[in-house]
Design a binder for this molecule. Structure first.
Ligand code: HEM
Length: 89
């Protein structure tokens, strides 16, 4: 199967901390749906926007990707995270 751009961006930029949709620094703050609903601001109201916001700006120990990834790349990786959260990684 073809590997999506979102998957490639995730592997290159996110998997070091979020391998398998987890979080190696703060173990409860994973990319799984229950954790996103609990910890990520506005996730229930506008899920992809909430992920985009966090990737652009970072938070605490998570670096900001604005300027490092293009807005199209951020959209693609956010859609990838959202889809995997829905499907259970
Ligand atoms: C949290 C996505 C890269 C460290 C999060 C959350 C998302 C996310 C959606 C919220 C999770 C939750 O609250 O349950 C991404 C994406 C990345 C990326 C898409 C790549 C573009 C990284 C990297 C690191 C990192 C490289 C480590 C250097 C963290 C940490 C948190 C976090 C520590 C918790 C922040 C807090 O609330 O204190 N990430 N992440 N992330 N991420 Fe990332």
């Amino acid at each position: 199967a073809e590997i999506s751009n979102g998957a490639k961006i995730f592997e290159a930029n996110c998997a070091s901390c979020h391998i398998g949709g987890g979080n190696i620094l703060i173990s409860q703050k994973t990319l799984k749906k229950e954790a996103l609903l609990k910890y990520l601001e506005n996730y229930d109201r506008d899920s992809i926007e909430a992920i985009i916001h966090q990737v652009q700006n970072g938070k605490n120990a998570m670096p900001a990707f604005k300027g490092k990834l293009s807005s199209e790349e951020i959209l693609e990786v956010a859609a990838y995270v959202f889809q995997n959260a829905e499907q259970g990684w």
